[in-house]
Ligand binder design. Structure first.
Ligand code: SF4
Length: 333
């Protein structure tokens, strides 16, 4: 591993100042960053440890929602009584990620910015535009089984690895950010980006910026939410496909439908085309499958990952209908 300097952050502004100097990474749980440093994928000159900052709490307000500090551990957030009762989709997404040991270390902020697990990104002996801009993309002619089907480019076809981020995508949080120019808020939908010609940038954060907290608004009255993950083995595996959903059914029709997809794109993919198709419709498996096929109309696949098309549609249909069936049962009582 390359030699690096280690400092403890004194406050939020000092972190931004350190990041703005370049070649510096924020250290929190370290569950992804330290692995990448051991592999030589990340080679910072300096780590700035933020674990001493007061960002490890959640605060609930019934009117404004839940504030989650960037240092709240994944296991603590998943077990938080408010998260379990108000945002089950987030609790389930967190519990489906990694292992218990990793969730005990990993933080909310770090989870948002974990890097892709594309095997070529992790192997410094192969070409990868995300790791080394301009070097090429080994995946294009290599292992494409887990490649993106939506929003990819000729420069990168990798998928985003976070379950938590897919769960958050249907909760419409705002992201609190500190930089050398002060603080600002970003809509969660605008935080992650598609690869285009610059896949080395995973997010829209500016140089020197880092995330201090999330603000998750309350869900609409009567909302139900959940997360479903399809993976190659029962635990400790990244999503082949995942679906996060929030629905409200009133008088037999969808009055709220939010669907986000994991394992299909360079970022959590909010399925807005499908949502618009389903809003106001009577819940049915056929309607959800048709809406998802509409959503996937812009997809590009390889023979290796074409299986994701039907898998996305069927997983979304099962997930959404599991929520609307419960709503229908309750309405009949
Ligand atoms: Fe690198 Fe992206 Fe290509 Fe994977 S898909 S090798 S991360 S450029």
């Amino acid at each position: 591993m390359k030699t690096f300097a280690y400092d403890r952050a004194e406050d939020a502004a000092s972190v931004a100042a350190a990041l703005a100097q370049g070649a510096t990474r924020v250290l929190a749980g370290g569950t992804n960053l330290v692995d990448l440093m051991k592999l030589g994928v990340e080679t910072p000159d300096r780590l700035i440890d933020i674990t001493g900052l007061a960002l490890a709490d959640t605060q609930w307000n019934a009117d404004s929602g839940l504030r989650v500090g960037a240092l709240v551990r994944n296991s603590d957030l998943a077990a938080d009584p408010v998260v379990r009762s108000q945002y089950p989709v987030l609790s389930r997404a967190l519990l489906s990620g990694a292992s218990g040991q990793l969730r005990n270390m990993a933080t909310t902020g770090g989870n948002l910015f974990q890097r892709t697990r594309c095997p070529y990104f992790m192997n410094v002996d192969t070409a990868c535009n995300k790791r080394e801009p301009g070097s090429g993309c080994s995946a294009l002619e290599g292992d494409r089984r887990n490649a993106a089907v939506l929003g990819a480019s000729q420069y990168c076809i990798a998928t985003h690895p976070s379950d938590m981020a897919v769960g958050l995508a249907v909760l419409d949080p705002t992201v609190g950010v500190v930089g050398t120019d002060g603080i600002r808020e970003i809509r969660f939908a605008d935080l992650h980006r598609l690869p285009e010609s610059t896949p080395e940038r995973d997010s829209t954060l500016r140089d020197g910026e880092w995330v201090t907290h999330l603000d998750i608004p309350p869900l609409p009255s009567g909302a139900r939410s959940t997360y479903r993950k399809v993976r190659d083995r029962a635990s400790y595996a990244f999503a082949v496909v995942s679906v996060a959903a929030v629905v409200v059914v009133e008088n037999g029709v969808f009055t709220t439908v939010r669907i986000a997809l994991g394992g299909v794109a360079h970022k959590p993919w909010r399925a807005t085309i499908a949502e618009n198709d389903l809003l106001g419709s009577i819940p049915s498996r056929a309607a959800v499958v048709a809406a998802m096929e509409h959503e996937l109309g812009a997809a590009h696949t390889f023979p290796d990952n074409n299986y994701k098309m039907s898998l996305v549609a069927s997983t979304a249909a099962s997930t959404v209908m599991s929520l609307s069936d419960v709503a229908a049962d309750e309405a009949r009582r």
